[in-house]
Design a protein around this ligand. Sequence first.
Ligand SMILES: Cc1cc2nc3c(=O)[nH]c(=O)nc-3n(C[C@H](O)[C@H](O)[C@H](O)COP(=O)(O)OP(=O)(O)OC[C@H]3O[C@@H](n4cnc5c(N)ncnc54)[C@H](O)[C@@H]3O)c2cc1C
Length: 396
Amino acid sequence: MERRIVKTQVGIVGAGPAGLMLSHLLYTSGIDSTVVESRSHETIRTTQRAGILEHGSVNMLVDSGASDRVLREGHRHDGIELRFDGRNHRIDFLDLVGESVWLYPQNEVFTDLAEARHRTGGDVRYSSSDSSVLDLETDTPKIHFTDVDGQPWEVHCDVVVGSDGSGGICKKSIPAEHRKDYFIQYPFAWFGILAEAPPSAPELIYAHSDRGFALISQRTDKIQRMYFQCDPNEDASTWTEEMIWEELQSRMGGQDGFHLKTGRIFEQMVLPFRSYVCEPMRYGNLFLAGDASHTVPPTGAKGLNLALADVKVLHEGLDSYFNSKNSELLDAYSDRALQRVWKAQNFSYWMTSMLHQHPDGSEFEKKRQLGELSSVVSSRAGSSYLAEAYTGWPLK
Ligand SMILES: Cc1cc2nc3c(=O)[nH]c(=O)nc-3n(C[C@H](O)[C@H](O)[C@H](O)COP(=O)(O)OP(=O)(O)OC[C@H]3O[C@@H](n4cnc5c(N)ncnc54)[C@H](O)[C@@H]3O)c2cc1C
């Protein structure tokens, strides 16, 4: 079949939070875009991932006119609990830094952004295949893809944005000599579950225990999300419900008699994680955003928020480039975005190393972690750093 051509200003690969939010922001600035996405709308809508939105991410959704549903249906959390030595220690965000976060699942963010793009006539090609990016060093970069009906297409644009997640094609299309990859692998993973149960606590609990880390998180009044640290090679299918609840409860035990509310588990998976950054976030007329350029361990709840923060900076650059014919901000995109990326990398690494048990960890290391946790909760300065980073540094 002959390749059909679509002309646009910005060609975007990936309709995750980064790609769709960028497409929406560009629309508000009168800039045309086409989004090419390999998964179906339904698959993305029903895939559970991140759940915590920084206040800056909430403002982006609301102030851009995408949706204010998060304010009505999301749950505002004014703090988290750090649990160690068998009891909770609250980090009060509102008191410490005057900010909050919102529990609002990533698939709801997707629903809002997809609906906003639909409402405003956005060009989003779901269920596409065989996508590739080419001529990136030229003024006429392109995206090739095949649509859901088998029709091959070529997107002609001025700029390509790679927001195609950690396994995408865009980053790989940058020649190795033009990018530097920084990464570390962790010797543990998260065993994650979704369960039909009432919430066990009103806010997230990050627990340090002799048996390893656990996170008690919520989704809705009837569905809960929980994790516990496990070996990266753990086979999730070998765990029965009883074993999972017992393991989680054993990590939450303590003098306060805290007891988890249990129920039917309908999803269980092992989530390996690593810290990764690709620098710079630009090659020719290809710009990377979100997980396509960096991934963080989920302990700091930064992945989705960082993707949206990249897009805010990139939108400013593209707006100035297309509407004021000034490329200064666009040229500064990578450096500007990377400042926040490395702060988030540090925070995610810090939370992870403070709360998880290293498989080769010594008794000294466990005691040192408890000293660190105690320093954080007993000092306003220590708690404030956590609160400021968790709720999100200001989006300038
Ligand atoms: C299982 C799981 C659980 C997670 N849990 C958390 C959490 O609890 N907290 C947290 O902060 N973060 C979490 N994350 C990370 C968070 O989901 C990501 O940081 C966030 O989705 C990044 O958004 P993005 O738009 O950059 O990338 P993505 O959401 O990954 O979107 C990229 C999109 O590009 C599409 N794509 C990929 N390749 C192509 C291609 N060749 N052509 C066209 N389209 C393509 C993909 O289908 C995808 O829809 C989790 C991630 C996973 C995988």
